[in-house]
Design a protein. Structure first.
Length: 484
């Protein structure tokens, strides 16, 4: 007699690209694979538990559609990712799910769940469990417990209810050997739906993200350290193998090597670059990554260039030293300028991340940041509005100072200016409207410069790219007229 194994459905909730980026910018946002869920699914499969994934944004299906699907084939467990601005949609989704499958157990995880586990359990009665931090082991133990129908054993990294009250279990220690975690189960995802952002239109087609390391030792005030503070990386061998599989399965010619800061460990970075060259991957695949200017030097940049790196994203954040110090960025403006020059000299394109509306920032200082971006002149510049995400020192500080304007989590969107959303924090001396407009003005001011026309004309390598740039130009010109 075979025993029916408990079945899990993992859900990336519907959070439309328009809600995230607003009407004008919706065509420039990425639909990327929900890797967290794909890692959980891979570990469930490894432990012989049946699992499927519903990626609602990629499939463009809403909560009603999801509930209908679950009613047709009811699972035993539903697992959902919750980032802060998805709070509202998740609240609606779990209600609908329990209406059609009342006995299903619902577990949530992700950055918002990890930051506010007890609050989630109190606010949303349909949620049974909350996973805190990395979920690969926690989900297995939870599924095993639900299957056994025994009394609840305390599971590390899990929050639950006891006598109607939320209880947060002991913390789960993060895995030190990342190679023990199986590669994400991409075969469960609608791979044909994932697209490139405009910043990656160097090639055509699918550009996957590969997590090569987890954790970051730095102290940026606005960061929630979702993977903790110790930098742990996969072995070079595992990374190379994973890229080879992606090449043979999906015919990729570009990839994003994701780590909070890829360059934090020089020895690892150089070994990875050597491996990419030795196996000839640098000839087939071009890659992008994220770095900090204080963790990189000429030797590393040259090795990265030789290994196929074509773009690095640097978090500059501000053009005002006073503000960089407030957010504990630990970098100097001169250092940023120097590394930008060096990176360009070596021939790697740059994407710069800039934040507007940092604590105590004045409008004059916002413009200093915008002008600093123009002076640095990366290929791409992204200006986001400072959002105090729960779980960050910034959130705790502003909450203590009574400076948080709203706890409506739907407003916790870094693209609030373009999406026309209320803001949880605005520095004194600025209005919500002024900060929202600044986000648009920054982009208009950065991109509508004659030197950019020439730069982007040179980059047109397909009709698709041409169409995207033209669309971008139209939006910038339209907004220039509207916000002046
Ligand atoms: C790459 C990235 C992106 C990419 C792609 C994300 C994607 N693939 O979906 C882009 C640029 C598109 C993006 C967009 C946004 N992002 Co983002 N992003 C990241 C980044 C750098 C890595 C995410 C990742 O791939 N992690 C790898 C996987 C393995 O981890 P994971 O998803 O967290 O999953 C693990 C655990 O969380 C847990 N888990 C997750 N879900 C579940 C569910 C269950 C049931 C269980 C048991 C466990 C569990 O287990 C997983 C495996 O260990 C993180 C920072 C970070 N280091 O995590 C920010 C981060 C997740 N992003 C963040 C935000 C805010 C956003 C946006 C909302 C920004 C906005 N517009 O306002 C959007 C929303 C995108 C969306 N999904 O709809 C915040 C979230 C903060 C918060 N409190 O919500 C983070 C933490 C960065 C930060 N500011 O600190 N992002
Ligand atoms: S460098 Fe990046 S990941 Fe590290 S603390 Fe700063 S924002 Fe977070």
């Amino acid at each position: 007699m075979s025993i029916k194994k408990i079945r899990t459905v993992l859900i990336n909730p519907y959070f439309s690209i328009q809600d995230r980026y607003g009407k004008d910018m919706k065509n420039f946002g990425a639909i990327s694979e929900p890797l967290g869920l794909a890692y959980l699914a891979a570990n469930l499969e490894k432990n012989n538990y049946p699992v499927s994934i519903i990626d609602a944004p990629a499939l463009n299906i809403n909560n009603i559609d999801i509930a209908r699907q679950l009613k047709e084939e009811p699972p035993d467990i539903v697992g959902i990712t919750v980032l802060t601005p998805m709070h509202g949609t998740v609240k609606d989704l779990v209600k609908r799910i329990k209406e059609v499958v009342p006995y299903v157990k619902i577990i949530v995880g992700g950055a918002h769940a990890s930051a506010l586990p007890a609050e989630l359990l109190s606010e949303i009665e349909e949620i049974d469990y909350v996973c805190i931090g990395e979920g690969e082991d926690t989900i297995i133990e939870t599924v095993k417990f639900i299957e056994s129908e025994k009394e609840f054993p305390e599971i590390a990294g899990l929050a639950y209810r006891k006598n109607g009250k939320a209880v947060v279990g002991k913390p789960r220690l993060a895995r030190t050997n990342l190679d023990e975690i199986p590669s994400p189960a991409r075969h469960l995802l609608p791979m044909e739906k994932y697209n490139l952002t405009v910043s990656k239109t160097k090639g055509v087609g699918y550009c996957p993200t590969l997590i090569v390391a987890r954790g970051c030792p730095f102290d940026c005030y606005y960061c929630s350290h979702p993977f903790g503070r110790s930098f742990r990386h996969h072995s070079v061998e595992r990374i190379l193998n994973e890229i080879k599989v992606l090449i043979s399965k999906y015919n990729i010619d570009q990839i994003n090597l994701e780590a909070d800061t890829l360059t934090v460990n020089k020895k690892f970075l150089l070994a990875l670059c050597r491996g990419l060259v030795k196996d000839g991957i640098n000839e087939k695949v071009k890659w992008t990554c994220e770095s900090r200017v204080d963790t990189i030097d000429a030797e590393m940049l040259q090795a990265m260039k030789d290994a196929g790196c074509w773009q690095i994203s640097y978090g500059v954040e501000s053009g005002v030293q006073r503000l960089l110090d407030i957010i504990s960025k630990g970098e100097k403006l001169e250092q940023i300028e120097e590394v930008f020059k060096l990176t360009k000299k070596i021939g790697i394109a740059i994407r710069g991340f800039f934040m507007l509306g940092l604590p105590t920032e004045t409008i004059n200082e916002s413009w200093q940041t915008i002008n600093f971006a123009k002076k640095l002149d990366p290929l791409w510049a992204q200006f986001t509005i400072t959002i105090p995400y729960p779980g960050t020192p910034l959130f705790n500080m502003l909450k203590k100072q009574n400076e948080i304007k709203t706890y409506d989590w739907n407003c916790y969107n870094t693209w609030a200016g373009w999406a026309g959303r209320q803001l949880p924090y605005v520095p004194h001396g600025m209005t919500v409207k002024q900060l929202q407009d600044l986000q648009k003005k920054a982009m208009v001011s950065f991109y509508l410069r004659p030197r950019n026309f020439i730069k982007f004309l040179k980059r047109i390598n397909s009709f698709k790219t041409f169409k995207k740039y033209l669309q971008g130009l139209f939006i910038l010109v339209k907004n220039r007229v509207n916000i002046n």
